[in-house]
Design a protein around this ligand. Structure first.
Ligand SMILES: [Zn+2]
Length: 186
């Protein structure tokens, strides 16, 4: 199936949140989209309001975060603790031969935050989706740093990114706090 025929993440989130079944047919036939759909469900993209258009406040806050993330070091760094790992204590899989769709679900705890990260093996690397929660609700105060790249929140208050290789670790930055998540065996 060609990429251009896949529903985008926004359409998938819409279909998770409503009874809209326009993607259902495609999802039942497409392994890739089924995986993304399940990842979105698992990270709770079906909860909370849909951000059709960001409010002015959110835009200003995002700009502020971008400035902060570029300029200063947060005052405090905490290291996240793994509280759930779907790979458990299994020996490291031979990930390069991992089938498309193989998933790893991780949940970390750091300070007052819970961070969920799901990786799914694709043809040429991994797709990731992550969400940060405080008091059971998605929070928007972080940017995600992967290597030298900084990611901003996307649809459903999730971070989405792709990686050719298995990640060494993850970092979340806010004005006051840096959260380090790693180093995992893949
Ligand atoms: Zn698809």
């Amino acid at each position: 199936m060609r990429n251009s025929t896949h529903p985008n993440k926004f359409e998938l989130i819409s279909s998770i949140r409503s009874d809209d079944t326009s993607c259902a047919d495609h999802i039942s036939r497409c392994e890739l989209c089924r995986t993304v759909y399940q990842l979105l469900k698992w990270t709770g993209a079906d909860k909370g309001p849909l951000v059709w258009e960001p409010s002015e406040e959110l835009v200003n806050r995002s700009k502020a975060i971008a400035r902060i993330a570029q300029s200063r070091k947060p005052a405090r760094t905490v290291v996240g603790r793994v509280i759930f790992d779907s790979w458990g204590n299994k020996p490291a899989l031979s990930v390069r031969q991992a089938p498309v769709g193989l998933e790893r679900r991780l949940r970390f705890e750091a300070a007052d935050f819970i961070i969920e990260i799901v990786g799914a093996r694709q043809d040429s690397g991994w797709d990731f989706v992550a969400r940060v929660y405080k008091d059971g609700k998605a929070t928007r105060q972080f940017v995600m740093q992967i290597g030298s790249k900084k990611l901003h929140l996307s649809e459903g208050d999730c971070f989405f990114w792709e990686s050719k290789r298995e990640p060494r670790g993850f970092k979340l930055l806010s004005e006051s706090l840096a959260i380090e998540l790693g180093a995992l065996q893949w």
